[in-house]
Design a protein around this ligand. Structure first.
Ligand SMILES: C[S@@+](CC[C@H](N)C(=O)[O-])C[C@H]1O[C@@H](n2cnc3c(N)ncnc32)[C@H](O)[C@@H]1O
Length: 294
């Protein structure tokens, strides 16, 4: 969903900018549905598996989970609730959502999520984004306990966000942004300090920047690519976008035949955690591989 416009340092430009910050999520999910969005399906399976293993390793019953660049909170939503990406995308196809007020959408979504809360869920859930309305939606419907409309790429965290970062055990990210915002990633990890959160990200191939990897390593984290085959992110908008994506993916050493050449951005999963906690993924109680090909 992130368009690489060549220069890494340029503003992140996306074709969905106008729907990132509305009072409710329906326009965003309808556009994602139309674009063949799949990343959250694969990422959420990994988020749940990583969270289970992190809690096992640290002996936690309740973890702090920070959804970075959360938007309307799909990562947090699928981690906290017994719903799938398909459930979410299908939900907003209902014509009832054509004319409902945002208040009505929020009330309906709050009830829907409440009815699907995972039984074992005692974790604290936080969201950071620059999109304040999207965050307000996600908190109002119960995806997040606290939200922080802050731009850590530009500024240090507020005292409230600093407190949340210090309580964060896991950072999740599925918008392909964390690797593109290295200063923000650095501030998230600095803010968490000695708690040394695990970080699970799902960058588009080509957005998996060396700078982000170095920042995570610089905070004492070992970064590994999870053994999950590259998966579809979304359909390319046009041939230019596809050509740019192929060039970017190849510049990062990826073979694009059978992946980006099929007409879709592809993404992958990276996990960063302290070396002393780097348990073999094959031994985890929950598999990070999504159950269906989707
Ligand atoms: C592609 S969307 C992904 C949203 C969500 N994670 C998802 O998968 O639906 C990218 C998000 O990054 C957010 N964003 C862009 N720049 C940011 C920044 N400097 N700090 C935090 N969020 C930012 C946008 O507002 C947008 O919500």
């Amino acid at each position: 969903m992130i368009e690489n416009q060549g220069e890494r340092a340029q503003k992140i430009v996306t074709i969905f900018d106008d729907i990132y910050n509305l009072p409710d999520c329906r326009a965003y999910y309808r556009a994602m549905d139309h674009a063949g969005f799949r990343t959250a399906h694969y990422a959420a399976a990994a988020f749940r598996a990583v969270l289970a293993e992190l809690k096992r390793v640290r002996g936690l019953t309740s973890a702090g989970v920070m959804d970075f660049a959360s938007g309307y909170g799909i990562g947090g939503a699928l981690t906290r609730h017994e719903v799938s990406l398909d459930d979410v995308l299908t939900r907003y196809r209902d014509p009832w959502f054509d004319d409902a007020t945002s208040e009505a959408v929020i009330a309906a979504d709050r009830d829907w999520f409440a009815g699907h809360r995972r039984g074992d869920q005692e974790d604290r859930s936080f969201g950071i984004d620059i999109a304040d309305k999207a965050l307000d939606y996600a908190r109002a419907v119960g995806i997040f306990d606290e939200v922080f409309p802050e731009n850590l790429q530009a500024d240090a965290p507020s005292p409230a966000l600093q407190e949340a970062l210090a309580a964060t055990d896991l950072v999740i990210e599925c918008g392909s942004v964390a690797h593109m915002l290295p200063a923000a990633l650095d501030r998230v990890l600095s803010g968490a300090g000695a708690r040394a959160p695990w970080v699970i990200t799902a960058p588009i191939r080509g957005n998996d920047t060396a700078e982000a990897m170095e920042i995570m390593a610089g905070h004492g984290l070992t970064v590994e690519a999870l053994d999950v085959p590259p998966f579809r992110h979304r359909r390319f908008a046009d041939a230019d976008e596809q050509a740019r994506a192929i060039a970017n993916a190849e510049a990062r050493g990826h073979k694009t035949d059978g992946y980006e050449t099929t007409g879709y951005f592809h993404a992958q999963l990276f996990l960063a955690r302290p070396a002393a906690e780097a348990t073999p993924v094959a031994n985890w109680p929950v598999s990070p591989v999504a159950a269906s090909a989707g």
